[in-house]
Design a protein around this ligand. Structure first.
Ligand code: NAD
Length: 259
């Protein structure tokens, strides 16, 4: 295995400009600068919380306890996060016709809030709750989370509408994500380790189909040695601000976030 040469931002911009179909694949790293930590690592959420709260069998056996953790992480904490310049830059690239679709492993809704329209949520979205009895979906902001666990009008238990460990990937997001991996001739990875199955197979599939892989990350990931053609080392906001400028896109950065 050889490490890719660190290539300048201009090489990435050239690949994107000349591409027919650019798809983006994002992970927890793109939302770190919005204040949402990733799951893993020293500062990750699992250093503070028990990941079993997101296992379906544990959730059913310890519903109130699991819901307390879920509320704290996903509703008290995630709920306050705003999109950052990396989310906004990807939305600007879509508006310019330079990005077809964002496939995200994140469940924080920040791509949509930034203005991206074509978003495939591989792991679902925390904004909605799903009734495990009648299958009804309801916006989490309308639910009373003061009393846990929350229940539907039918009496059924609400679960966040993102997937827990071991659950099936929702359709049509799964099929459409692999379709993107077939269609794309450039695949842009942002802030993902490539450790989460089966999501990590999507970029692998794109590479197998001949896509050039551009990767943005603060450090090398599982993809970097064998998949990545252009590695853009740095924070997602810094790198994507530079990339949109190089692409000639009119983009007003959020001054508060620009360091
Ligand atoms: P991960 O936690 O495994 O890895 C995060 C990656 O982001 C790392 O490679 C890290 O080097 C990189 N990174 C950290 N800060 C960065 C920055 N400022 N700019 C660019 N890159 C940065 O994340 P993952 O691979 O996405 O897997 C974790 C799973 O957990 C995901 O599938 C996701 O569903 C879920 N998750 C979601 C959120 C969210 O919705 N925001 C948050 C935590 C976890």
């Amino acid at each position: 295995m050889t490490s890719p040469n660190p290539m300048p931002i201009s090489a990435a911009a050239k690949l994107i400009r000349n591409a027919r179909h650019v798809s983006v694949f994002t992970g927890a790293g793109i939302s770190v600068e919005s204040g949402i930590p990733p799951f893993r690592g020293a500062e990750g959420l699992w250093s503070r919380y028990d990941p079993r709260s997101l296992e379906l069998t544990y959730f059913h056996a310890h519903t109130e306890e699991s819901w307390k953790v879920i509320k704290e992480i996903f509703y008290d904490f995630f709920g306050k996060a705003r999109p950052n310049d990396a989310h906004r830059a990807l939305a600007a690239m879509e508006r310019e016709g330079l990005v077809k679709t964002v496939i995200t492993q994140n469940i924080d809704n920040l791509h949509q809030e930034a203005g991206s329209r074509s978003v495939l949520e591989f792991h679902g979205n925390s904004q909605m709750l799903l009734c495990l009895e009648c299958g009804r979906r309801r916006p989490a902001r309308e639910a009373d989370l003061a009393v846990l666990p929350p229940h539907c009008e039918c009496g059924g238990l609400f679960k966040p509408d993102f997937i827990f460990f071991g659950e099936m990937i929702p359709e049509p997001a799964r099929t459409l994500s692999f379709r993107e991996a077939e269609l794309a001739d450039v695949f842009l990875l942002v802030g993902t380790t490539g450790e989460v199955m089966p999501a990590c197979l999507v970029p692998e599939e794109a590479k197998r189909n001949g896509a050039a892989i551009i990767e943005v990350n603060t450090e090398p990931s599982n993809y970097t040695p064998h998949l990545t053609d252009v590695f853009l080392k740095g924070k997602a906001t810094d790198v994507l601000r530079r990339l949109v400028r190089e692409l000639g896109i009119d983009f007003a950065p959020d001054q508060e976030q620009e360091h």
